[in-house]
Design a protein around this ligand. Structure first.
Ligand code: AMP
Length: 305
C-alpha cells in the first residue's frame, strides 16, 4: 500500500543572498513526494496545477515513481505561485507574494486506488483542504501533518480541528510559539500535544529538530553545512524523509521514529544544497545512507573514557 501525499505543487520565485530564480519547481507536495520517493515509491500525489505547469517537471516527478493520477490539471488557469526572499541569516525569510490561482477553487479528489493508503502526509496547504483529504481516506493508520504561520494566523480554528485527527504534527519553532502563545518551546510542545497529536516535531531551521512523544524528548542535530544555497523546501523534505522511512520500514516503535527524524534531517540537508528541488532530484540510496551515518557520528559521545 502506497504513501499518500497532498499539498501544493508550485512555481516558486526565490531570492537568496547568493542567487535568484523565477518559476522554479516548488510546493509542499512536490518536496515531500520527491524526498519520500527514495524510501517508498510509488508515492501517490494529490494536488493541482494549471496549464502553464511545465511538462519537464511532470516528467521528472514521474521518473521518481510518483503517481500523478491525483494531480488535477486545470486548463486555462495558472499554477499556484509563491515568492520568497531570504536574508543573510537564512533562517529569516520574507514571503514576497502568494498567488493561489488554481488553489482558489481546488477540491481535492482522491482517486479510488489512493483511498486505501494507510500512511498519509498532509503537506502545507489550507487546513480545510487537508481535512477534506482526510475525510476521503477511510482507514489511515499514520497521518503526518505540516503547516505554516499563515494558517495559524488566519485559520487557527480549522487547524485545531485538523490536528485532533493526526498522529504527527510538524511545525517550526516560531509557529509552535505562535499557535500556543507560549515562548518556551518545552511548554509549547506540551500544550500542542494536549491539542491532539501524540507525536510532535518542532523544527529549528539550521539548528536541528526536537521530537516530543509521550515520555521522551529527542534532540536531532543539524548537519554542519558550509554552504546552504536555498532553504526552500527544507521543512517539506524533512517531512518526506520522515514519513517515507516509516512507510518503508512499517515500524512505528519509538526508536524507529527517532531514526525517521534523522532521515528527515538527512533529506533536508540535501535539499538546501541546491536551488529549488535540484538537491533531492538525483540522489542515490548510498549517499543518503552515508549522510545518515554522519548524523550519528556528530551526535555520538562516550559517557567517560
Ligand atoms: P518550506 O520551505 O518547507 O516551508 O516550504 C516551501 C514551499 O512551500 C515552497 O515551495 C512554496 O511553494 C510552498 N508554499 C508557500 N506558501 C504556501 C501556502 N500558503 N500554501 C501552500 N504551499 C505554500
Amino acid at each position: 500500500m502506497s504513501l499518500l501525499v497532498v499539498g501544493s505543487v508550485a512555481l516558486d520565485s526565490v531570492e537568496t543572498p547568493f542567487d535568484k530564480i523565477d518559476d522554479a519547481l516548488g510546493g509542499s507536495a512536490t518536496y515531500i513526494s520527491l524526498a519520500s520517493s527514495y524510501f517508498s515509491a510509488p508515492v501517490n500525489l494529490v494536488g493541482v496545477v494549471g496549464s502553464d505547469f511545465p511538462k519537464t517537471y511532470i516528467e521528472m516527478l514521474e521518473e521518481h515513481n510518483i503517481d500523478l493520477e491525483g494531480l488535477q490539471k486545470i486548463e486555462g488557469e495558472k499554477t499556484f505561485r509563491w515568492g520568497g526572499k531570504y536574508h543573510y541569516d537564512l533562517n529569516v525569510r520574507d514571503t514576497l507574494f502568494t498567488e493561489l490561482n488554481v488553489f482558489e477553487n481546488f477540491n481535492p479528489i482522491i482517486p479510488e486506488n489512493f483511498k486505501k493508503s494507510r500512511y498519509v502526509c498532509l503537506g502545507n496547504i489550507d487546513p480545510n483542504l487537508q481535512l477534506r483529504v482526510l475525510d476521503q481516506v477511510p482507514d489511515p493508520q499514520f497521518v503526518v501533518c505540516d503547516t505554516m504561520n499563515l494558517w495559524i494566523n488566519i485559520m487557527k480554528q480549522d487547524l485545531l480541528k485538523l490536528i485532533k485527527r493526526v498522529n504527527v504534527f510538524i511545525l517550526n519553532d516560531s509557529e509552535a510559539r505562535l499557535i500556543t502563545e507560549e515562548p518556551n518551546l518545552i511548554k509549547a510542545a506540551k500544550l500542542i500535544r494536549e491539542m491532539g497529536p501524540e507525536i510532535l516535531i518542532i523544527k529549528k531551521g539550521e539548528h536541528g529538530a526536537l521530537l516530543f512523544t509521550n515520555d521522551t524528548i529527542f534532540s536531532a542535530p543539524a548537519y554542519p553545512m558550509e554552504m546552504i544555497f536555498d532553504p526552500t523546501g527544507a521543512g517539506d523534505s524533512f517531512a518526506g524523509g520522515f514519513i517515507g522511512y516509516l512507510h518503508q520500514t512499517r515500524d512505528l516503535s519509538p526508536e524507529n521514529i527517532k531514526r525517521a527524524v534523522i532521515y528527515g534531517s538527512t533529506m533536508a540537508s540535501f535539499c538546501v544544497e541546491k536551488f529549488s528541488t535540484k538537491g533531492i532530484e538525483d540522489l542515490s540510496y548510498l549517499q543518503i545512507q552515508d549522510r545518515f551515518r554522519e548524523f550519528k557520528k556528530i551526535s555520538n559521545f562516550n559517557e567517560s573514557d
